[in-house]
Structure formats: C-alpha cells, structure tokens
Design a protein around this ligand. Structure first.
Ligand SMILES: CC(C)(COP(=O)(O)OP(=O)(O)OC[C@H]1O[C@@H](n2cnc3c(N)ncnc32)[C@H](O)[C@@H]1OP(=O)(O)O)[C@@H](O)C(=O)NCCC(=O)NCCS
Length: 182
C-alpha cells in the first residue's frame, strides 16, 4: 500500500482508476517522454494508460511507492513520483537491483512551480524514515531540468554511469542522513 504523503502545496496519494485520463495526457506528450528510456516513445492509446495505471497500482511495499502527485488546493493531478528498485544493466529483461531510485514525471502545465522538488523532498524523507540507506537518481545526460531537481534535493553528482538501464546516464546519489557517520 502506497502511503499518502502531504507537503505544503501537494498531496501524494495512491493512483486510482479515475486517473486514467491524466496518465494518458501525461505520457502521450513528447516533452515528457523524450528523455525517458533508451528508445523514448509516447503513449499512443488509452489502453496503454490503463495498463500503466495497473502497474502503478500493483507496487505494494511498505516504503517503495509510485504516487499520484496532486495539488492540495483542488485535487488536480500534476505528476508522478516514483521510489522503486532500479534495474541493473545486464541481459534483457533487466532485473531490479538492490539500489532504490527516485524519479519524477510532471505535466508540462505544472513545470516551473517547484512541485517536483517539493514532492521529491517529501518522498526522500519518507524513504529515509523507512530506513533506506541511500537513494539514487539517473537522468539522460541532456535532461538538465531533471538534473536540477537532483541538485535541489542535495543529491551528489557522481558523473556518467552505465550501471543501470543499459544506458549511459548521469548518476546522482543521496545517503540517509540518520545513518551518516558522526
Ligand atoms: C524534470 C521535471 C520534473 C522538472 O520539473 P520542474 O518544474 O522544472 O522542477 P521543480 O519542481 O524543481 O521546479 C523548479 C522550477 O520551478 C521554479 N520555482 C517556482 N516556484 C518554486 C518554489 N516554490 N520552489 C522551488 N522552485 C520553484 C524554479 O525557479 C525552477 O524554475 P526554472 O527551471 O525555470 O529555474 C520536468 O521537467 C518533467 O517532468 N520532465 C519530463 C519527465 C522527465 O524528464 N523526468 C525525469 C526523468 S530522469
């Protein structure tokens, strides 16, 4: 069960079936998909959105989650926040590694408000309160907006890495402050 998380302006909640139109709208946009995956592609049918929503809802873990990020003032969905095991590079199909990644996909209507950073800050707090030793993030080297989010979160830039997703990505890492050496 994905825990609800509240921030000053946002409510992060589990996905539900009524979110399918938002999921389709979000992932059918090239500006959202262009830096995601080795062969970026937009969603082309509502049934793909239904399948994606089912996968979002299927993640059942006490700490990991895939949240619908909504605006508190009116409940409007604005994006997706993910905290889940990251696939290690290797033979396809890729297996999840023991490392946990944080990720964000926001609707372009809501970029430039600090929403991704606000939601991700809260999810990192949740991750560390749940005992995760560290969280990683990977971005396409050209995805400067996402790298800026990583920096706003205080993640350390480790440079280019081929460790995950069979792709060369910019790797960012943040350790659990409660586990840091004195
Ligand atoms: C990556 C992505 C989430 C970044 O979104 P974003 O809105 O730029 O990120 P933030 O939430 O951190 O917002 C920061 C921006 O809001 C502005 N802002 C406004 N109010 C703010 C506030 N209260 N707090 C922080 N920033 C604020 C900042 O100045 C900054 O704007 P700038 O980039 O013009 O300098 C977005 O581009 C996206 O969804 N892209 C498509 C999916 C994707 O590529 N995901 C990542 C895959 S690795």
């Amino acid at each position: 069960m994905t825990d609800a998380i509240n921030t000053e302006r946002l409510a992060l909640r589990p996905w539900n079936d009524s979110d399918v139109d938002f999921v389709y709208d979000l992932y059918s946009r090239w500006v959202v998909q262009r830096f995601i995956g080795n062969e970026p592609a937009v969603m082309e049918s509502r049934s793909e959105a239904v399948d994606r929503l089912e996968r979002f809802k299927a993640l059942d873990h006490p700490v990991h989650g895939i949240w619908a990020v909504t605006r508190k003032e009116d409940g409007l969905p604005v994006g997706t926040l993910l905290l889940k095991p990251i696939p290690a590079s290797g033979e396809e199909p890729l297996e999840p590694s023991s490392d946990v990644e944080i990720g964000w996909h926001f609707h372009p209507d809501h970029w430039g408000n600090g929403f991704a950073s606000e939601a991700a800050t809260a999810v990192l707090e949740h991750a560390f309160a749940g005992g995760l030793p560290q969280v990683v993030a990977v971005t396409n080297p050209a995805n400067e907006a996402s790298q800026s989010v990583c920096r706003r979160l205080g993640m350390e830039h480790r440079g280019l890495s081929k460790k995950y997703y069979n792709a060369q990505c910019e790797l960012f890492v943040i350790g659990n402050p409660a586990l840091a050496a004195d």
